[in-house]
Design a protein around this ligand. Sequence first.
Ligand SMILES: [Zn+2]
Length: 265
Amino acid sequence: MNGILKCPVCSKALDRKEREYKCPDGHSFDIAKEDYVNLLVSSKNGDLKGDDKYSARSRRDFLNRGYYSPLRDALNAVFSDKHGILLDICCGEGYYTSALGNNSGLEIYGFDISKEMVRLAAKRGGACYFVANMANIPVFDESIDYAIHLFAPFNEEEFFRILKPGGVIFTVIPGKRHLYGLKELLYDTPYENDEKFPETCVLEQISKKTITSKAILEGEDVIAELFRMTPYYFHTSEKDRDKLEGIKRLETETEFVIGEFRKPV
Ligand SMILES: [Zn+2]
C-alpha cells in the first residue's frame, strides 16, 4: 500500500521498500517492527512526554471494554458499502481504524502525532499507520476519498487539500449529553456540551447522525480510565477531581454526533 504518502522533506512520492519508505531523493523512513512509519521531521513530536505511554495504554484499555462500541459500529455501518481510500486523521490507538479494516473495499491509512498511540494502533492492524502532524499531513493533494476525524481539532485547509473533489470527511463531536453522568459526579453545576460542528466555508455539510447509548462503568479504576481520556481531566480542579475517589459505579449517557462534510466537485 503506497501511493498517497509523500516525503515530508521534499514532497516527492514515498515508496514502500522492505524495511523503509524511501523517496526518489533518498530521504528514508524506517518501518518499525510493529509496522508503522514515523514521518515527523521535527523531533519535537511530544512522544517523549512521560505520561504518553501511560495515557495511550489507559485509553486502549478503556476502549477495549466496549463502552464506545456503538460509535465504532455506527462508523462500520457508514462504510459498509464504501470503496476507496480512507484516512483516519488523529487515529489514536486505532480502536475505530482497525475495526474499519474488516471492510475489504477500503484501503485504510491512519495517523496520529503521538508515536505511542500509533505503535498501539499498528499492533491492532487493519491499516497503514504513520506518525505525522495534522498541520502538515504528508499525503498528496486530492488523494483521499474518505476521511474520519474524531474529537480532534479541525484543520479545514488541510482537509480540503487532501480530499478528492466529491470526497467526504466524517467528523465526530460529543453530543449534548455525552458523559453527563460523569459531569454530575465532578461538578456542582454540570452543563451540557454545546454540540457545535466546526465552522467551515469550503466543505459542505450533507448529513448529521446522533448515536446515543448508556454506559454503566463498574470499578474505580475503570472510571479513572474514562476520566483520563476526557478533556475534563485537564480542566477539573483538584477539589472536584477528588470527588471521584471511592466512586465504584458510574451510569452515564454516551452521545456522539457524526457530521458528514463534502468537498464540492
Ligand atoms: Zn524526499
